[in-house]
Design a protein around this ligand. Structure first.
Ligand SMILES: [Zn+2]
Length: 163
């Protein structure tokens, strides 16, 4: 079961895994979230039940925390946090209601306060090859209750033909 890492008014998804942006010169190595009207200091929640695996600082990603899910052993790193989360003991249990940090703008890769998160079966998602990164947007969407019963499983043939 996955949850959105930010909640409440103005919370939105910003940039998906693999998206190519010219300023970055490479595919996006994770998924971004933010708040309309300003993200700085807003709480970040664990995306699944699990434990805190590590807190760390890197020059590019700033203050980060890594959690490990109990149900699928996926590691998720949350980056550019305002402060280094103060978890005195690792293996602390977290869940979708646990605040694990606050959004900030730390690290040279950050272009303004937002949350960058990356998931992988690798214990260090920030170092995982691009193809071993998991799409958090898709994992979260797959956990959501199906509210709008769309006609089931339309085939891609229904897509508009590309020019
Ligand atoms: Zn990002």
């Amino acid at each position: 079961m996955y949850f959105e890492p930010i909640k409440g008014t103005g919370a939105e998804r910003r940039d998906e895994l693999g998206n190519f942006a010219s300023y970055r010169k490479r595919p996006h190595r994770g998924s971004d979230w933010g708040f309309k009207g300003g993200s700085e200091g807003k709480p970040v929640y664990a995306v699944a039940d699990g434990v805190v695996a590590k807190v760390l600082v890197t020059s590019e990603l700033g203050n980060c925390i890594i959690t490990k899910n109990s149900h699928d052993k996926v590691y998720t790193i949350f980056c550019h946090l305002k402060e280094l989360p103060k978890f005195s003991n690792m293996d602390r249990v977290v869940g979708g209601e646990t605040i694990i940090g606050h959004i900030g703008n730390t690290g040279s890769n950050s272009t303004g306060a937002h949350l960058h998160a990356a998931a992988s079966l690798q214990p260090k998602p920030q170092l995982a090859p691009q193809e071993e990164l998991l799409d958090l947007f898709k994992l979260i969407d797959a956990s959501k209750p199906k509210t709008t019963p769309k006609p089931a499983a339309k085939k891609p043939a229904a897509k508009k033909a590309a020019k």
